[in-house]
Design a protein around this ligand. Structure first.
Ligand code: WTA
Length: 653
């Protein structure tokens, strides 16, 4: 049920706290003054061709210069037309040519504790070898390679090896089922799957190859399967003539394989994201514009300096792992930490142990993780020295002000700015975020647009909303990192993103802009709750619930109500409290006090966990069905743990 129709969203949650960066941070920041930001922003908005032309010439390597900066033919865009570059070259060769070959590119830690460090020279050599192996397997420009691997250096190597020869990678998160792999293989007509013989997760071995084998029975386009021996001595089924070991094929290749000069618009990758209904969409990104966007947004938002040890906890199976583990940081010459396993293995302090041992300076994670850390207890954090941290980031969902404050105080010691980054798989990189040297942050707000991003909050007819009026968030001009389409589905691309508000990219999120020009994401358009004609945002009611000391996480959805049209059903997880009538009542009163009678939930249901996607987002759509007493519908392939739904249903009976 879509609720895009009629009127603005009522804004009910007030968050007035303001946290300016310290003078010390500002002094050494990449963007260190408001004037500097305003100048960048103005030039990108007023003379985008000049601005992005200069950016691209300075920040990417060109085998052949481009002739035109932007060719915009709504809803199709090309950037840096006529130029030739290569994303793997920008991430590796360019760093080496700038004298950073000996700098550590990747620090890897496996779940059982193994460690490896690869310099830019090492990574270059590994990528060249893997590219040689791809060539030997007959992979050429335009072929699709599915990658289903644990977070290991070889996952990054595989992505960059594809990029080096112009093959298109499609990374599939290594927790998806064989059906999900087969669907993606078939949709993209993948020719090769790269996988591993297992991965460690919560102390157990997941035998990835068996899952891939099942998928390959239903993936006729796939000719070969390249298998990393992640786990020595793990019995692994290998099919003669089809399956090859990484150590046998890759490690015998030449250490040097020149990067292919590729047209700017050469497809770089497809990444499948779940639609709320129907099959997953293969979001397409291309070479030059995407690489530039990932690199520059990384430098601006994470305020990167050469000595930083940067840790983005996302898996490469998600866009965050593409843009902020691989293409952004490596193109900027950063030292990136990657970790294979679970945050609570062997204990709930694993992340803080890693931060302390490796001297992590920048940490980028998701609200779902922050909320988990809160519920596990402060004692696990207190055991470790986190004083190397200087900047914290958040992505993936709105972060409730309570979680934001905890992150700031407990992890950041009150001294680290938080960058709450709003963006999407489709946008390729960060669109709105504080700039840590200049933005006074407000808990729960992604604050301001980056240069080149023109956000508009509008109603159905495209009219802009007033201050603090919630509406649909659109982007009015193309930017270099914009998706180029949905793989094989032009019609869906046009319908999904370009048909609701003419001429503008529809993000699918609601937002409001406050009197200071700060943006607040209000949740997905489809999740709006309409109570007696008042349209409420999910995140505001959830944040009010979470601000109660006993609540860890909350998800609210609308459910049919005879008089009000919709009532509010709240699903909450609690800590240090009894799930009884008294607490239920207290929570309803709490919301009433915080944000008003209108937003008071009709039902409060206690649950041990909430249904989430494998990337940690709360799936409100499933809760909506449960609250309405209906069968769950739509695609559930991205659901992390189906038993959560079963339990919620049982609780109901
Ligand atoms: C949500 C992840 C609030 C939003 C990079 C968006 C956020 C969707 C934030 C994209 C944030 C992401 N504040 N909401 N900082 N970041 N979202 O494609 O609804 O996995 O549209 O990309 O996540 O999710 P995706």
């Amino acid at each position: 049920m879509s609720q895009t129709s009629s009127g603005h969203l009522d804004h009910v949650l007030n968050e007035e706290r303001l946290f300016p960066p310290s003078a010390e941070f500002t002094q050494q920041a990449v963007i260190g003054s408001r004037e500097q930001y305003e100048d960048l922003y103005r030039r990108a908005a007023e003379t985008p061709d000049e601005f992005w032309g200069a950016e691209a010439r300075e920040h990417l390597h060109w085998f052949q210069p481009f002739e035109q900066v932007c060719n915009w033919n709504t809803p199709h865009v090309e950037w840096f037309v006529g130029g030739k570059t290569n994303a793997s070259y920008n991430c590796l060769d360019l760093q080496i040519a700038s004298g950073h070959g000996d700098r550590v590119a990747l620090i890897w830690e496996g779940e059982p504790g193994e460690q490896r460090k690869l310099t830019y020279n090492d990574l270059h050599r590994e990528v060249c070898r893997a590219a040689g192996a791809l060539r030997q397997l007959g992979i050429t420009q335009g072929d699709v390679v599915s990658i289903y691997m644990p977070m290991t250096p070889e996952l990054v190597v595989s992505m960059l090896a594809c990029a080096r020869i112009g093959a298109i990678h499609s990374v599939i998160f290594a927790g998806f089922s064989s059906e999900a792999i087969a669907d993606r293989n078939n949709d993209a007509q993948a020719k090769l799957v790269i996988t591993a013989n297992g991965l460690y997760r919560r102390g157990k071995i997941l035998p990835l190859k068996e899952t891939v084998d099942e998928a390959l029975e239903k993936s006729p386009s796939v000719k070969n399967c390249l298998v990393l021996r992640r786990i020595a001595d793990q019995p692994t089924p290998m099919t003669e003539g089809r399956d090859l070991w990484w150590d046998e094929l890759v490690e015998t290749q030449s250490d040097d394989m020149p990067a292919e000069p590729l047209d700017s618009e050469t497809p770089l990758f497809i990444l499948y994201t779940s639609g709320s209904t129907g099959k997953p969409k293969g979001i397409l990104h291309t070479t030059a514009g995407y690489n530039l966007w990932a690199k520059r947004t990384f430098q601006w938002v994470f305020d990167h300096r050469p000595n930083d040890v940067y840790w983005c906890t996302a898996d490469c199976g998600w866009i965050t792992g593409h843009s902020y583990v691989v293409y952004g940081p490596l193109a900027a010459g950063a030292t990136c930490l990657i970790y294979e396993g679970a945050p609570n293995q062997p204990g709930p302090d694993r992340f803080w142990d890693i931060v302390e041992r490796h001297g992590v300076t920048i940490l980028y994670t998701a609200p779902t993780a922050v909320r988990a850390f809160i519920s596990w207890g402060d004692e696990h954090v207190d055991k470790h020295d986190l004083s190397t941290l200087r900047l914290l980031g958040s992505v993936g969902e709105g972060i409730n002000p309570k979680a934001w404050m905890w992150y700031r105080e407990k992890i950041g010691g009150g001294r680290c700015p938080i960058v709450d980054t709003w963006w999407q798989t489709e946008t390729g990189g960060i669109m709105m975020s504080p700039l840590p040297g200049i933005t006074a942050t407000k808990p729960g707000s992604c604050t301001q647009p980056l240069p080149g991003v023109i956000p508009k909050v509008v109603d159905e007819s495209g009219h802009e909303m007033g201050v603090d009026e919630g509406g649909m968030l659109c982007i009015a001009q193309p930017w270099p990192g914009m998706l180029r389409g949905i793989w094989g589905d032009e019609q869906r691309y046009v319908e999904q993103y370009w048909s609701t508000v003419p001429g503008m990219y529809l993000t699918g999120d609601n937002a409001r802009c406050d009197k200071d020009g700060y943006y607040w994401i209000m949740g997905r358009i489809d999740d709006v709750i309409n109570v007696a004609g008042h349209r409420l945002s999910t995140i505001e009611v959830e944040s009010a619930l979470v601000s109660h000391p006993s609540v860890c996480e909350a998800a609210v959805v609308g459910r049919p109500h005879e008089i009000k049209g919709q009532g509010i059903a709240a699903f909450v997880t609690i800590r240090d409290a009894e799930p009884d009538e008294k607490l239920r009542d207290a929570l309803r009163q709490h919301v009433r006090k915080e944000i008003g009678a209108l937003a008071q939930p009709d039902d409060v249901r206690f649950t041990a966990s909430l249904p989430k996607t494998r990337s940690g987002k709360i799936m409100r759509r499933l809760l909506r069905d449960i609250a309405a007493g209906e069968e769950t519908s739509g695609d559930t392939s991205t659901l992390e743990d189906y038993s959560v739904i079963a339990k919620l249903r049982n609780d109901e009976e």
